[in-house]
Design a binder for this molecule. Structure first.
Ligand code: GLU
Length: 439
């Protein structure tokens, strides 16, 4: 036995002769808890034993000197045998599923409590057999990382792979992705894969598939169904719309953001409606305009220049922050996440003027998220405009940053950077801003 336990926990577990994965009963002054013995989390409390309960949740049970562990049954070695998938139906559409990591692309090892990447076609089909009735699936692991570890080079790798799949016989592409930065990746792919001929659907899950409330299977079913047949050929994100377990939203990649840490309905379209709503009975298109499947106007436009920054303004922030970062990072562009209609303190004006004179682009978005920036209303806004700040309409700050990196990779001159940043290229800005909650 090891499992990371020390001291009292280790003694109680050893006295019971229990090992990680065994079914045990932990008897404490607070109660009795039955479950499978899991490894201790590295940063978990030293006097807690971690159990996986029959309902799939993990709990930490606090133990004292007078607590006891009783071994109920030996663990069976973890044997995940993928069920042999049914032979692919040649009449079904062909969907390529690429795994990049995150919860949706992982499988829980019940013995250790750890997760590991698992995304062969048979893994997928045995986990979600329904998929075999929707499409012929080919699956591949492109990378296996938490999405907070993604960077523009990962976006580029993803885009290259999707580009080659879009040129093959597949009917659509699904990308399994960690949810934390899925919105950034969706925006990045939206700028690189312009007017794709087939849908490119990013999908994640907020709750791992070992939990009864997991959203993994339904999100995946909807994503594969959309990739296989939807008439909308855009880069988008497929996640639960609300708390109910039957409606999945397909959000435009440049308009979507994760707004909740743990809820299954964490993803919202901001300042527009989702592209479509999916249920088992069909797809309801919400967008007035969308790019249709099968067009011949596809353009692959790769490249990101990382010399860009997203800076959230807060009251009292010193303009020196911007000056130092500009120097240290050799910045060519900055997206400000300003207050309200698009403001930062007037103490920033001399710095902003200098940046403008040096050819560094500065764009303004709002921390309000909903609504658009309007820098003509207050004199401070007008002063910022005069200092060279460019208002970015109702574009999400995250999308504006990704777009800036993409624009910087293809425009040398300040005026061209400014023109592209202020132009709606793939639906990232403009349109009527919907009231909060609609998306
Ligand atoms: N934070 C990780 C990620 O974004 C895991 C959580 C998830 O998949 O949502 O990849």
């Amino acid at each position: 036995m090891d499992g990371g336990y020390t001291g009292l926990c280790r003694r109680l577990i050893s006295e019971a002769g229990a090992s990680i994965g065994d079914e045990v009963l932990v008897v404490t002054r607070k109660g009795e808890y039955r479950g499978f013995l899991m490894m201790r989390y590295e940063l978990g409390a030293a006097d807690h034993i971690v159990l996986k309960l029959a309902n799939g949740y993990n709990i930490g049970v606090k133990v004292w000197d007078d607590s006891r562990v009783v071994k109920l049954s030996e663990s069976r070695p973890p044997s995940f045998r993928a069920v042999e998938p049914p032979p692919p139906d040649p009449g079904l559409p062909h969907v390529a599923v690429i795994s990049t990591g995150g919860t949706i692309a992982s499988r829980v090892d019940y013995r250790t409590g750890g997760v590991r990447p698992a995304l062969t076609a048979s893994d997928l089909l045995s986990a979600v057999p329904e998929l075999s009735g929707i499409a012929r699936i080919s699956a591949e692991v492109l990378m296996s990382i938490y999405s907070e570890n993604m960077n523009p080079r990962n976006w580029a790798l993803m885009a290259e792979r999707v580009d080659s799949l879009l040129r093959s016989d597949v009917d659509g592409v699904v990308i399994a992705h960690g949810t934390d930065t899925m919105g950034y990746s969706a925006a990045a792919l939206s700028f690189v894969l312009q007017q794709p001929p087939k849908p490119v659907v990013l999908v994640g899950s907020q709750r791992s598939s070992d939990r009864p409330s997991s959203d993994a299977a339904l999100n995946l079913v909807a994503a594969v169904d959309i990739a296989a047949k939807a008439p909308i050929a855009e880069v988008g994100v497929c996640m639960h719309l609300g708390h109910s377990d039957d409606v999945i939203a397909f959000h435009r990649g440049v308009r979507v953001v994760k707004l909740h840490t743990s809820s299954r309905s964490a993803f919202k379209s901001v300042n527009c409606e989702p592209l479509a709503l999916w249920t088992r009975s069909g797809l309801k298109i919400q967008a007035e305009k969308y790019h249709r499947r099968g067009g011949d106007d596809y353009r692959f436009m790769p490249g990101f220049d990382e010399r860009a920054l997203l800076l959230k303004f807060y009251p009292g922030m010193s303009p020196e922050v911007l000056e130092v970062l500009r120097e240290r990072l050799c910045l060519r562009g900055v997206v400000l996440e300003g207050t309200g209609l698009g403001h930062v303190s007037s103490s920033f004006i001399p710095t902003l003027k200098r940046l403008r004179d040096e050819g560094v682009f500065v764009g303004m978005t709002s921390q309000c998220r909903y609504g658009r920036v309007d820098m003509l209303v207050y004199d401070n806004g007008r002063d910022l405009l005069r200092a060279g700040v460019v208002p970015l309409d109702n574009m999400l700050a995250e999308t504006a940053l990704v777009k800036l990196m993409w624009v910087l990779a293809r425009a040398e001159e300040y005026e061209e950077v400014k023109r592209l940043m202020a132009t709606n290229l793939v639906g990232e800005m403009g349109g009527r801003s919907m009231p909060e909650g609609v998306g």
